[in-house]
Design a protein around this ligand. Structure first.
Ligand code: 15L
Length: 278
């Protein structure tokens, strides 16, 4: 991959900087770009003197316009990252997502890396292998908000020329936490690699990729990511014992075990597991 513009020269905004993935990226991207501007509702812990933090509520368009002003690219992690009541999802992910892309357009931001989620396609059965062209099959209100974010990203890419990489993140941890995560796990370094592809790949226009390491049990065809130069180094099976220990601590979940989204599918489930899901 040859960067169109020297990466160092880029000014990058990181939303959701106080969250788990935000904290990891904030450390791993330090020094990689001319500016790494951090934003969240509350300040991240342990903010260094050399770090810039600008508070903003994503539901407030004027505030979002202020944080995007003057940046070249945005890594959008902000919003709700698990299932919640509709009001919370609507405010942070639907209204917040719209505000982020609209502010990016108004301020001529060139790129957005959008943190989508495996829960946009969580209701596919585990015996299926899906690519990024399979229709969305959300497993939660949260998953619906991520599918909405991907659609919004496509609109802003196709109509307004934004370059966008949507990463359907599996689960980012040092080691896969249970058996489901053996299929969807991504190591922190592999996620950094994908984020940097989104920030720097010269011919990126709009793409959805899976945020997964090189997992033998993967349910996903990640050809789109490989085409962009992604070469994952993590392998979930190297941590099999750790995942099995974690699994042994979980309650049985026969419905969740049928579908990729696991507990996000079984929560509130009232359908027929034989006929539902993709
Ligand atoms: C997600 O999208 C969540 O943000 C994360 O907290 C995990 O629940 C992950 O999915 C998962 O599916 O393990």
């Amino acid at each position: 991959m040859t960067a169109a513009k020297a990466p160092k020269a880029k000014r990058v905004l990181l939303t959701g900087a106080a969250g788990g993935i935000g904290t990891m990226l904030r450390r791993k991207l330090k020094g990689a770009y001319a500016e790494l501007r951090l934003s969240d509702i509350a300040a991240p812990k342990g903010l260094g003197r050399d770090e810039t933090f600008v508070q903003a509520d994503l539901a407030d368009l004027a505030a979002v316009e202020k944080i995007v002003e003057g940046v070249d690219a945005i890594v959008h992690l902000g919003g709700v990252s698990v299932e919640q009541p509709w009001d919370a999802i609507h405010r942070a992910n639907i209204v917040g997502g719209y505000n982020l892309f609209e502010a990016a357009r108004r301020h001529r931001v060139k790129r957005v890396v959008f943190a989508s989620s495996n829960h946009a396609v969580g209701f596919y059965r585990r015996n299926r292998r899906i690519g990024t062209d399979a229709p969305v099959r959300p497993d939660s209100r949260y998953g619906v908000s991520k599918a909405f974010g991907e659609a919004l990203a496509a609109l802003y890419a196709d109509k307004y020329g934004l370059r966008v990489l949507c990463i359907r993140i599996g689960n980012v941890t040092e080691k896969p936490a249970d058996v489901r995560r053996l299929s969807i796990w991504i190591s922190p370094d592999d996620l950094v690699q994908l984020v940097r592809i989104g920030l720097e790949h010269p011919s990126l226009t709009y793409e959805i990729v899976y945020g997964a390491s090189d997992n033998a049990r993967s349910w996903w065809d990640n050809a789109a990511a490989f085409r962009l130069g992604y070469r994952p180094a993590g392998r979930a099976e190297d941590h099999l014992a750790h995942a099995l220990e974690g699994q042994a601590r979980l309650p049985p979940d026969p419905i969740g075990d049928l579908f990729e989204g696991g507990p996000f599918c079984s929560s509130e489930f009232a359908g027929d597991p034989e006929t539902r899901g993709g």
